[in-house]
Ligand binder design. Structure first.
Ligand SMILES: *Cc1c(COP(=O)(O)O)cnc(C)c1O
Length: 416
């Protein structure tokens, strides 16, 4: 048995049933540990995009209606694999737009403030785009972010959120709280938030609960339907490897998808495909989250995403990937402790159920920014987030234990 607390990287790689998937990717020269920011290129994405280019060349406009890859229905090819990754049903999930666009579209439907109930709860350290989206939604409805935007952060001297504090804040704002919008995985610290617990707390005070899953999807196991989440959105260019600007995902719980009373921005791609091309102006809504679609879909981006989602299926889904990820996290922890001791601190929570594959390393014994620049110089792909975190993410789909091992050796040499 290989054990990440005693075995070598070579032994762990040799015993890894998913090790071969690495060969399905084209990785830049160096050590690629930044799938939290931009996932690596699946080789099959090249072919999938080329196929669509060829279909465009040979079929022209007929490509919309021809064969299994007909562009009119192309997004449906992504539904089942995305549902599998998010723990949702096929009428609840759709690939469309960008992440921030989807947050806006979903807030149009699920942030419906009244003078009594008008607040949105987000985290104090929210990703700027999420903050801007919430703030501008509040203004758009005629409310004031100074009184309607509530934030929650870690306690002084702590780096991660406490569930008790989140639940208490939700209870405190109670009947004034219209929407809770939190991340599934915090982008800076990598902290996994308890989705079911937060959703329950929000619902208990009558609020809607939505999640930004940018750093969660493809990283941790998700059960959005059973966790009773109202809506969620995510990008796919991080752990889902769809390439720069890749098409995003959206989830709306089944109990809402056919509710035609929800306010919603409409477009022709949300109407029944049987009658869509009759060009009627009566909105004949699709009976699924697809009714939130506005425009015809970006096929090249979807082709890349499809190629990547095939690899998640080949891997055996998120439970298999998470099992490897936990091994990698344990191995990484051990190697850091062995080599760096307390010269480096990981801002991620200690408990496994609160962690995904991303580490947030803070250099205690020197200048973190300088260490990061030296890592870049040595072709270690990771990223720097102000104020002081080097984010590194061993991704179970394509990173090896050897990647982690070599990274720690380099870090050990650079950190004073
Ligand atoms: C990556 C990320 C975004 C990026 O938004 P786009 O609309 O895809 O540009 C937004 N929010 C969070 C939390 C992210 O991690």
């Amino acid at each position: 048995m290989t054990d990440p607390s005693t075995s070598s990287a070579a032994e762990l790689d040799a015993a890894d049933p998913l090790a071969n998937l690495r060969h399905e990717f084209e990785l830049p020269e160096g050590i690629y540990l930044v799938g939290n920011s931009l996932g690596a290129l699946p080789k099959a994405a090249r072919t999938a995009i080329q196929t669509e280019v060829d279909r465009w060349a040979t079929l022209g406009v007929e490509g919309h209606f021809t064969g299994e890859l007909a562009w009119k229905n192309y997004h449906e090819l992504l539904t089942q694999p995305m549902a599998a990754l998010t723990g949702t049903h096929s009428d609840e999930v759709v690939a469309m737009n960008g992440l921030t666009v989807n947050l806006h579209l979903l807030m149009v439907s699920f942030y419906t403030p009244t003078p009594q109930r008008h607040k949105i709860l987000i985290e104090a350290g929210a990703f700027p785009s999420d903050h801007f989206a919430a703030e501008s939604q509040i203004r758009q409805r005629g409310f004031d972010p100074a009184t309607s935007l509530i934030t929650i952060g870690p306690r002084d001297g702590e780096s991660v959120l406490r569930t008790d504090d989140i639940v208490a804040t939700i209870a405190e704002h109670g009947e004034e709280l219209c929407l809770v919008l939190l991340p599934g995985v915090q982008y800076y610290t990598g902290q996994v938030l308890p989705i079911a617990e937060i959703t329950e707390a929000g619902h208990a005070v009558g609020a809607m609960v939505g999640f930004d899953l940018a750093h969660a999807v493809g990283n941790i196991e998700l059960n959005l339907h059973d966790d009773d989440v109202d809506f969620a959105a995510w990008c796919t260019y991080k752990y889902l490897n769809s390439g720069p600007g890749g098409v995003a995902g959206a989830f709306v719980h089944r109990r809402h998808v056919t509710n035609q009373d929800l306010p919603k921005f409409l477009g022709w791609w949300g109407t029944n495909p049987e009658t869509r091309f009759a060009m009627a102006t009566e909105f004949d809504a699709m009976q699924s989250v697809e009714s939130w679609q506005l425009s015809n879909a970006p096929i090249f981006q979807m082709a890349a995403l499809r190629a990547s989602l095939d690899l998640f299926q080949q891997a055996g889904g998120m439970s298999a990937l998470r099992a490897k990820s936990e091994q990698q996290i344990r191995f990484f922890d051990r190697r850091l402790t062995e080599s760096l001791g307390d010269r480096v601190e990981n801002l991620s929570p200690a408990e496994m159920h609160q962690r995904g594959c991303q580490f947030a390393l803070r250099v205690v014994s020197g200048d973190g920014r300088a260490v990061f620049e030296q890592l870049e110089h040595e072709r270690v792909f990771c990223d720097w987030r102000e104020p002081d975190a080097i984010r590194v993410a061993p991704v179970p789909l394509y990173n090896s234990f050897d990647d982690i091992d070599r990274f720690v050796d380099i870090l050990d040499r650079i950190v004073p």
